[in-house]
Design a protein around this ligand. Sequence first.
Ligand SMILES: Cc1cc2nc3c(=O)[nH]c(=O)nc-3n(C[C@H](O)[C@H](O)[C@H](O)COP(=O)(O)OP(=O)(O)OC[C@H]3O[C@@H](n4cnc5c(N)ncnc54)[C@H](O)[C@@H]3O)c2cc1C
Length: 584
Amino acid sequence: MHQPELTPQRSSYFNYQIHPFVQPAEMRGAAPRQPVVVVGAGPNGLLVALDLARNGARPIVIEAEAQVCGGSRAVAFTRRTLEIFEQVGASDALLEGALLWDKGRSFYRGHMVHALQVPGSIDDRFAPMTNQPQNVMEKVLLERAATMGIEVRWQTKVVGLESDHSGVHLQLDTPAGEYTLACDWLVACDGARSAVRRLQNLRFEGRAYTGRFAIIDFRVPLGAPTGRRCYFDPPWLPGYAVLLHKAPYGIWRLDYQVPDDVSDEEALDPARLRSHVQAHLDYIGADLPWEIEWVTLYKPNTLSLARYNHGRVLYCGDAAHLLPVFGVRGVNTGVQDGNNLSWKLASVIRGIASPAILDTYTDERLADAQQICFEAARSTRMMAPPSRGFRILRDAVLQLSVRNEFTRPLLHWRTSRPIDYAESALTTVDATEGRFAAGPRPGAPARNVCIDPEASPRTWLFDVFGPGFQVLAFGSDDSILQAVSADVAALRADGIPLRIVQIRRSHDTRSCVSADAVMTDPLGRVFSAWGVTEGAVYVLRPDQHVAARWTNDAATRVSAVVRKALCRDAPLERQPRQPSEALA
Ligand SMILES: Cc1cc2nc3c(=O)[nH]c(=O)nc-3n(C[C@H](O)[C@H](O)[C@H](O)COP(=O)(O)OP(=O)(O)OC[C@H]3O[C@@H](n4cnc5c(N)ncnc54)[C@H](O)[C@@H]3O)c2cc1C
């Protein structure tokens, strides 16, 4: 019988709660078949559950443990992650107590050799980077899941799995014994050691690095600003790189490579850990009291499944790939997987998309993982040179960078960022594409715009977006709305959720009759940022990536674009179902 740890983990800043096991209907004789089950209540599982619900599906979540993750694990989240959290209604809560930053600095033997500036602009609602510990993030997502009525089954471990063309049977172990749960679809978000992946006999491909890194989170009243600091070749760890990062709640993180001749046991020896913290504080001239909060070892792997959809089972987050955390790739990548998968799977469940759309989940997200592996391998070689040759090269770059600008870009790591699905089978490139001077191109994520930076409070373009497809009609002229509304009405009759958003320059109330929302852009900032004049149309997918755009043409393509984005040329699985209240 499964017996998870029921003693709350210790933390100086986080109050761990033990979530009880509740006997499910299946153990009382009932056997309701679930449309979709998510395994794992980590950040990706919870995000997928919220996004599935937002897109009209009703997921349940299975979680082996009784509490959220230990330590702080992930701590730095990108703007795109915040934008996705905003879509599911969890961004405000995530920002409570968070630290925001956009700069980093690298030092070599006391000289600054590189200044990192993560790009951002007045048009962004969220900072380039937000620091918040992962346990706090998981709590925020759980609270949001509770308000959405999503059932999380705690203390319930997946121990067996059978799947065929029609669905999945899960064998679940609990403190009260085992039971079987049947579902149409399964989303595996059960992390790096995924039981679902093992039960399906799937293996990662790619590279497992032998190098190990240690993370020490420690409490210290260090008054330095938030941002990433990298120290190459510090006197207490000659030849290696050390990162120092500020987390919320008075915690700082020391992250360094463990020399190859040091065993795991030696690396985690409390006396050694303490000596490293003290040595680094001495090195930066901080004579302050401190205490260790949490310690772990990790390896920077670049591993991925070859496909993320396997029949009725879909993989997401660490269950699908293991990416180096340099450049903050873990949660930030997994959250984009979940945002990509959720609307597609919800559309299949509701009978408005062909299951063929799930192949595009693999195609779109695997391309991102491959790009990350390529970039992260470069960052990893810079942080932890894998051979004598790489070390000589890295040290030469560092020495030159003390006095020379031209070598400093080689020290730049690319941080996690959203990917364009320009090559996707779901994306339409219109014949009028060449007329756009700017704006998010087909496949790219929508670009937020601050309507008036001088206004208080500020409003943003994304404020008018809702669930489902968005048809953005630019202009005050009613003809553009009339052109799209016939298509929209026909698609809605097929059960497809769409919203027409009119974006116009003046407060003219005549032409908003058929729009679901109207955004007035008196300064023309949206028109300018999106590269449009009156008469342009953008269609956004439910994950807010551009499905298509066209301009100055009376002919409407909404129907063709949306049908393509839902793979409706391939057979549907069932009759369209009405969405849940989330979409109503
Ligand atoms: C030290 C460290 C620092 C990091 N820093 C960052 C960072 O700054 N930014 C970033 O983006 N990422 C970072 N990461 C990576 C990040 O922590 C992971 O990518 C993230 O936790 C993956 O989320 P997940 O939901 O996919 O999996 P997990 O968080 O591992 O969650 C999986 C869940 O599934 C449950 N589960 C497992 N097996 C079963 C089973 N058989 N049945 C039921 N439930 C099961 C687990 O209990 C767990 O709750 C860091 C990781 C580490 C270790």
